[in-house]
Design a protein around this ligand. Structure first.
Ligand SMILES: NC(=O)c1ccc[n+]([C@@H]2O[C@H](COP(=O)([O-])OP(=O)(O)OC[C@H]3O[C@@H](n4cnc5c(N)ncnc54)[C@H](O)[C@@H]3O)[C@@H](O)[C@H]2O)c1
Length: 276
């Protein structure tokens, strides 16, 4: 019986790799044999986390490298990709081709009605969630193998509105248009481009006091359990959120050859949120 992983010999670039879902994607893809280039912002917390995740993958017998870059900065990101791939391949001039890109990094706020959103909050969302994903494609395109897969992480906010988060909804919807266009432009090279649309996912992005207060304005000090009640009411399936690993399963499927004829699609992992 072969123990060959589903991603054996393939190379995947993951942005936002030090965060909740990004970390889960790195671990799941590496567990199936993919070589991982893990990228995230430079900060004391994220840099240490990136190193830890990569060391864990290597200790388990996998291949991985990490670099820091702000995805808003195309030259910083381009250098991190080139440099990180060289390390993964064993030195300069030996950088492997990239078989999948998971443009996962993002930021979320619920600042209030769209007409009241500050310029800073609006611009940050568009810069990170939309331009950052575009930059992630631009920075990796010169390295892409024919037949590669691009996975842009949108949100259920890329399929429907969310009151109070117009800047996020606008950016996440725009990713769908970008992915559809890229799917057309890259199809001659058999490169596929799809968006993933998580609903609520148990990561620091939503499991924090600010979001609990937004979800339960009726309570003075809402807890995680109070927030869970509000979120569960939005889903068809009887859960408040899905786990990062549930999204990783779909990212794995879309990144690898099992989905070789799926392109230009929007796949929701949302416990029925967009159907409810
Ligand atoms: N958590 C949810 O409920 C949820 C739901 C739908 C979609 N999403 C999307 O899924 C993706 C992952 O979210 P998460 O929940 O894991 O969030 P998270 O906050 O745990 O992780 C996001 C990561 O992105 C990184 N990042 C932020 N700005 C960056 C920048 N400018 N350059 C490089 N890296 C940057 C952060 O450092 C962090 O490690 C995001 O695109 C998010 O919008 C999340």
């Amino acid at each position: 019986m072969s123990t060959q992983g589903r991603m054996e010999g393939l190379v995947v670039v993951v942005t936002g790799a030090a965060g909740g879902m990004g970390e889960a994607h790195c671990r799941r893809l590496a567990g199936e044999g993919a070589g991982i280039l893990a990228l995230d912002l430079e900060s004391s917390a994220t840099t240490a986390r990136l190193a830890e995740i990569v060391e864990g993958i290597v200790a388990d017998g996998g291949r991985a490298a990490w670099r820091t870059a702000d995805i808003r900065d195309i030259s910083e990101l381009g250098a991190a990709v080139t440099d990180g791939l060289a390390e993964l391949g064993g030195g300069p001039g030996r950088a492997p081709r990239v078989d999948a890109v998971v443009a996962n990094a993002g930021v979320y706020d619920v600042p209030g009605p769209a007409w009241e959103i500050d310029d800073d909050v609006w611009n940050r969302s568009l810069d990170v969630n939309l331009t950052g994903a575009w930059n992630s494609i631009r920075a990796t395109e010169p390295h892409l193998a024919d037949g590669a897969s691009l996975v842009l992480v949108s949100s259920t906010a890329g399929l429907k509105g969310i009151r109070g988060a117009g800047q996020y909804v606008a950016a996440k919807h725009a990713l769908v248009g970008l992915a559809r266009t890229l799917a057309m432009e890259l199809a001659p090279r058999s490169i596929r481009v799809n968006t993933v649309h998580p609903g609520s996912v148990a990561t620091p992005m939503i499991l924090n006091e600010q979001i609990y207060r937004r979800l339960r304005p009726d309570l003075e000090n809402p807890t995680r359990e109070d927030a869970a009640e509000a979120l569960a009411a939005r889903n068809l399936l009887p859960v408040p959120w899905v786990e990062p690993e549930d999204v990783s399963e779909v990212v794995l499927f879309l990144s690898g050859p099992e989905s070789r004829f799926i392109t230009g699609q929007q796949i929701a992992v949302d416990a029925g949120l967009t159907t409810a």
